[in-house]
Write a protein that binds this ligand. Structure first.
Ligand code: BDR
Ligand code: CA
Length: 305
């Protein structure tokens, strides 16, 4: 069983990552931390609670950071909508409520009590992890691995050179990429390969289940927003990190040192690769088995309410 803490800025593709983690029998979600990112913290918290409620998952949900370490908060509303999760309509929650306390303290506590047992999947800005690393310098020896969606080694998706998650908190990304934990990174170069076709989306609309219905409603919005920007089919970034947990052999990686631009200039948030030293490498995902990935999504959705 893969035990995981998910750090999310729920967003449309974050929602898919949550459904995947909640629906796969190989994964046990220990906690979810909603952080600021795609939209403001109050909205990512609400979206996270609604998705976990839909998935019938009672795992604890905590609040993370409400702003980046240094820079001003930037949002990605043009892809995820005003609420961050435009599309599905949610009723009153019965199962899920926000836990008291902060997610960073809880992350550190869980890792301390379960050394090398729990992975962290971070698919938003890296603020929470950077704060946790500064507060608890032993964290790299306590965590099993940290799997991250972020960065780009070709074009960016928010500026010409930067990807949203590293652009949204470059200073935090720099701290995390240089820590000594086992790090696995899914940059845009890899996640752009996984897109949702209209044909596949229409298959989900024909399937039963409330989670599948919410998933399809989220993906309708995502599809419409990609069409508006004329940039092809929607890219399914965040769930790849969850899929990796289940079977890393389906993902090809290379070991490199990753640098993040924190100059505040036109390349702010841009990631670049350097040769890895003895102990400062990040496993960068380059390709994955895409049919296998969709088979996991199908299996997770079929297992959920
Ligand atoms: C990343 O940015 C966000 O908008 C997505 O949820 C994903 O985590 C892709 O650049
Ligand atoms: Ca995200």
């Amino acid at each position: 069983m893969e035990r995981v803490i998910l750090d999310v800025d729920t967003g449309l593709d974050d929602a898919v990552a949550l459904f995947l983690a909640a629906g796969l029998e190989e994964i046990q979600v220990e906690a979810v931390i909603a952080t600021n990112g795609n939209v403001a913290l109050s909205k990512t918290v609400e979206n996270t609670l609604n998705i976990m409620e839909t998935a019938g998952c009672s795992c604890p949900v905590y609040k993370g950071s409400d702003k980046p370490l240094v820079r001003k908060h930037v949002i990605a509303g043009e892809f995820h909508g005003e609420s961050g999760l435009d599309g599905p309509v949610f009723g009153k929650r019965k199962l899920q409520h926000l836990q008291e306390g902060d997610g960073i303290t809880e992350m550190i506590r869980l890792l301390y009590e379960n050394p090398k047992e729990i992975s962290i999947v971070s698919v938003g800005p890296l603020t929470d992890l950077a704060i946790a690393l500064e507060r608890e310098p032993n964290l790299p020896t306590l965590v099993k691995q940290i799997i991250i969606m972020g960065g780009s080694f070709s074009e960016g998706n928010v500026t010409k050179e930067a990807e949203f998650n590293t652009f949204a908190d470059p200073e935090a990304a720099r701290i995390v990429f240089s820590c000594k934990a086992k790090l696995v990174l899914f940059p845009l170069d890899c996640t752009r390969q996984v897109t949702l076709s209209p044909e596949r989306l229409s298959l989900y609309h024909a399937k039963p289940g409330r989670s599948t219905e919410v998933f399809a409603a989220c993906m309708d919005t995502y599809m419409a927003n990609y069409e508006k920007h004329a940039i092809g089919w929607p890219q399914i970034h965040d769930p790849l990190c969850v899929a990796y947990l289940v079977d890393p052999s389906k993902v090809k990686t290379i070991l490199r040192k990753v640098n993040v631009d924190i100059t505040g200039g036109p390349s702010y948030g841009k990631t670049t690769q350097l040769p890895a030293g003895e102990d400062d490498g990040v496993w960068i995902a380059t390709t994955l088995d895409i049919p296998w990935f969709w088979s996991l999504i199908d299996r997770a959705l079929a297992a959920l309410p």
